[in-house]
Write a protein that binds this ligand. Structure first.
Ligand code: NAD
Ligand code: GLY
Length: 364
């Protein structure tokens, strides 16, 4: 097979760290494509116990004559911590991988975040390639170079910025993904419409049925537009000194939900969906969007079968967990809110009463 299986290509423009995001069906089987985009002759495939039997044999075939080692991690967000990452270092050492080796992250965001972090640290940084196999990873986590792990007291608290050399998003792998995981990915897709592109939001509403039933044409469009938006934002603010934080709409509330519920109980995308409803509600309380706008966002998430209500963890607990967010500046939680549909802002100077009322409404 040839590169003709690539339906869409999005380039992320970061000077010397620029790379392509290739989107299409059956890219994993495309040995010529894999060969062209995996430059290293020695690779460590990092995956997990669910994905390994499904996709490692195909990837190995496409990697051809390279020296290939493999590490299969336990599955789940609850394993996204430093002890699991050290297994990746062990595998790199045991296979005697040098700085010219590359890590290949084959899996969802959990595998991708840990494999990328290991690549950022091993011998002070080696190449890695993202082959995301969940919708969430294809539209979000594989792109942009954020890598890392959780700490028991806070999500994604330990990490590094390290851009991949290439992202290969094979949408055919989504066929084996559970409905719940697929829907969780749609939450991040909705996020892009809400923060950046009201026309895309309209497209999502018009194509909600096609997306819910996993029509390939619709998925490829959604992945491409999501990646384009993420690529544009990351190119402007790679290390999140400002604008990039808009990609975290719903995440500050969502991280509180995930941490309070125990990692893995609420899926990341589910927590983001409920968190975006809270952010939309607070934006409406401030008079930035109308209640009709807020309902438009909520109803789209409902159509995708996503949770729109937070668990009742208590406003005080939610605020304490939000205080661990990486957007906290001088003791104040900065929030991503909607100035209008399709336009997000990072805000630190909101009235405390608006946040308190929002937290009481959603967490009590
Ligand atoms: P995940 O990696 O846990 O994958 C979800 C589940 O689907 C897992 O059980 C996995 O084994 C399984 N799976 C993956 N691909 C499959 C396939 N093709 N067929 C069948 N099963 C498959 O979860 P996720 O939603 O992909 O990622 C969530 C993680 O991503 C969170 O840890 C979150 O913090 C992180 N994240 C990171 C960024 C970033 O910028 N780095 C952005 C968003 C989210
Ligand atoms: N998912 C948020 C970011 O990549 O910045």
């Amino acid at each position: 097979m040839s590169e003709s299986t690539v339906s869409e290509r999005v380039d992320i423009d970061l000077g010397a760290r620029s790379y392509p995001i290739l989107i299409g069906a059956h890219l994993l089987e495309d040995a010529a494509l894999i060969d062209a985009h995996v430059r290293a002759r020695s690779v460590l495939i990092v995956t997990n116990e669910t994905i390994a039997p499904l996709y490692v044999p195909t990837l190995r075939r496409s990697l051809g004559e390279r020296r290939i080692a493999e590490v299969v991690l336990p599955d789940g967000e609850q394993h996204k911590h430093l002890t699991t990452v050290s297994r990746i270092f062990d595998a790199l050492m045991e296979a005697r991988m040098n700085r010219d080796a590359a890590v290949i992250a084959l899996g969802g965001g959990v595998v991708g975040d840990m494999a990328g972090f290991a690549a950022a640290c091993y011998q002070r940084g080696i190449d890695y390639i993202q082959i995301p196999t969940t919708l969430l990873a294809q539209v979000d986590s594989s792109v942009g170079g954020k890598t890392g792990v959780n700490h028991p007291k806070g999500k994604n608290m330990i990490g590094a910025f390290h851009q991949p050399r290439c992202v290969i998003a094979d949408v055919a792998t989504l066929e084996t993904l559970s409905d719940r995981e697929y829907r969780a990915g749609l939450a991040e897709v909705v996020k892009y419409g809400l923060i950046y592109d009201v026309d895309f939001l309209g497209w999502l509403e018009a194509n909600a049925e096609a997306l819910a039933t996993r029509e390939r044409r619709a998925i490829i469009h959604a992945v491409r537009r999501s990646c384009e938006i993420k690529a544009r934002v990351v190119a402007l603010d790679e290390r999140e000194s400002g604008l990039r934080a808009i990609l975290n709409l719903g995440h500050t509330f969502g991280h509180a939900i995930e941490t309070a519920s125990g990692y893995g109980n609420w899926l990341h995308g589910e927590a983001v969906a409920a968190g975006m409803c809270i952010a939309a509600d607070m934006s409406a309380r401030l008079g930035w969007i109308t209640t009709a706008d807020r309902e438009r966002a909520v109803q789209l998430l409902v159509r995708f079968g996503l949770p729109t209500e937070a668990p009742k963890i208590g406003a005080t607990r939610a605020l304490a967990l939000m205080g661990m967010d990486k957007k906290v500046l001088e003791g104040r939680v900065r929030l991503v809110l909607l100035r209008s549909l399709g336009r997000a802002e990072v805000v630190g100077d909101y009235p405390a009463e608006a946040l308190n009322a929002t937290l009481a409404q959603h967490f009590e």
